[in-house]
Ligand binder design. Structure first.
Ligand SMILES: Cc1cc2nc3c(=O)[nH]c(=O)nc-3n(C[C@H](O)[C@H](O)[C@H](O)COP(=O)(O)OP(=O)(O)OC[C@H]3O[C@@H](n4cnc5c(N)ncnc54)[C@H](O)[C@@H]3O)c2cc1C
Length: 423
């Protein structure tokens, strides 16, 4: 069966336009792993500038509606953009923007017209970057168990509490967060979502360094998280998205996107680095790739990673086309996480001890092999652990339940596009 996408001459012409633009606008060194904080900060500034330039073209959030500053592009063009930026070791956006990705998707479904006009353009054009703030010290998998409160006081909500495992390095402009708005209310009927300005007085941030950060430069969304404290933070009431105490419905959209709805349709960058390494590095007098056992392992790695990529592409298409989803997001998230853990051992088997050090002289793939050993483990947790993905899959399939649970709403724009194509 042929799963790969085929491209028309018009789509290939768009690819030419994209590659030419990227060649002229992507600064040197954006794919190089930084080793110090200064290098990482310089890289972050370059990526933000690139994000704004992509925003001008409508290519930062190509699926966002044009009227709100997005690209309004079709699926085929989005795939081309994802593929061509991935070839340069970049994602879209080229920096960590979890609150932008999940917040924008949720606001598209649950926000008022005024909120769409206010919150979406700065995200889609790269003027702001945003983090998602969900987890608390006593509420991770059990998101409905959060304790941070946001209590209405006239025309503001007053926030008190803390969030943990948040964001990455170098700060964010906006926080997309969930809080308890009715402390006496029933579970699932007492929470609400807000898009808030991170500079609001009363917010403080404390860094949290993870197993996945070995050098100061690795302080990205896997390596450097934060604990964020809210101490009588007064947030304008019009930052509430989706209605007071209606937050569990908004959460179902947010989590559906997080489990696998947007992007991630590019080839795994670890695979690209691994293949290049095996083609160029010698073992027993020949390139590693000429060793039959290495080839067998590489073929297995490629097949597994490709299955993840194709499922991500399917999910992406389902969202875009307005197809009804069920277990699909969690299925892909589960497979991605377990495959990445398996990949750590596969790379170790293939390369031996050089996969275990990021030493400049002995570390394989410029340290990427060693980084994978740590990140494969850490990746089991964010965005719903592997256990939680299995729980969701079972519920959606109706295993052990009277009837299958529905997936969260993912927006009407897909339905509209589908209708337009069919008309
Ligand atoms: C690298 C990284 C990045 C992150 N980024 C963010 C972020 O940007 N924003 C944010 O808000 N949070 C973020 N998180 C937090 C992440 O969402 C939580 O770690 C995750 O939800 C798990 O919660 P927990 O750590 O409290 O573990 P717990 O929920 O306490 O789980 C502990 C263990 O119990 C298992 N378990 C829990 N409930 C069940 C169940 N019902 N059935 C079966 N097993 C269960 C879990 O699978 C896990 O193995 C990040 C975490 C990491 C590691």
């Amino acid at each position: 069966m042929e799963f790969e996408l085929k491209y028309t001459p018009a789509q290939e012409a768009f690819r030419q336009e994209v590659t030419a633009w990227l060649a002229a606008n992507v600064p040197d060194g954006v794919a190089v792993r930084p080793r110090t904080f200064e290098e990482s900060y310089a890289l972050y500034l370059k990526k933000r500038a690139l994000g704004r330039a992509l925003g001008v073209k409508g290519w930062l959030y190509p699926s966002g509606e044009k009227e709100y500053g997005g690209g309004g592009l079709g699926l085929d063009q989005i795939v081309v953009l994802e593929e061509e930026t991935a070839r340069l070791g970049l994602g879209l956006p080229p920096y960590y923007d979890s609150g932008g990705k999940m917040g924008a998707a949720s606001i598209r479904v649950w926000g008022t017209e005024d909120q769409k006009k206010r919150f979406l353009p700065p995200i889609y054009t790269g003027a702001v970057r945003s983090w998602q703030l969900l987890t608390e010290p006593t509420a991770g998998s059990d998101l409905a168990g959060i304790k941070m409160t946001a209590i209405r006081d006239g025309d503001v909500y007053v926030f008190n509490g803390q969030k943990i495992y948040i964001g990455s390095h170098h700060g964010a402009d906006r926080y997309w967060t969930i809080a308890v708005t009715d402390p006496k209310g029933k579970r699932h009927q007492n929470v609400s979502w807000f898009m808030i300005d991170s500079a609001t007085p009363g917010i403080t941030t404390q860094p949290l360094y993870m197993l996945s950060a070995q050098s100061e430069g690795e302080t990205d969304e896997f390596g450097h998280k934060n604990i964020i404290f809210f101490d009588n933070v007064r947030v304008p009431a019009d930052c509430l998205v989706g209605g007071e105490n209606n937050g569990w419905k908004v959460a179902s959209t947010h989590l559906e996107v997080e489990h696998s709805g947007q992007g991630n349709i590019r080839t795994n960058p670890v695979w690209i680095a691994l293949l290049a390494h095996c083609r160029t590095q010698m073992r027993d007098g020949r390139p590693i790739i000429e060793d039959p056992e290495a080839r067998e392992k590489l073929a297995e790695i490629y097949s597994r990673l490709e299955a993840v990529r194709l499922l991500s592409t399917r999910n992406f298409w389902m969202v875009y086309a307005g197809e009804k989803r069920s277990y699909h997001g969690s299925q892909t998230s589960y497979l991605r996480k377990t495959t990445n853990l398996w990949l750590t051992k596969a790379i170790h088997d293939l390369l031996g001890p050089e996969a275990l050090t990021s030493d400049a002289l002995y570390g394989a793939m410029g340290g990427i092999a060693e980084m994978q050993q740590r990140r494969g483990i850490v990746e089991q947790h964010p965005g719903g652990t592997t256990d939680i993905q299995r729980v969701v899959i079972a519920r959606r399939l109706g295993v052990g339940a009277r009837e299958p649970q529905q997936a969260g709403r993912l927006g009407e724009e897909g339905m509209a596009r589908k209708a337009a194509v069919e008309a």
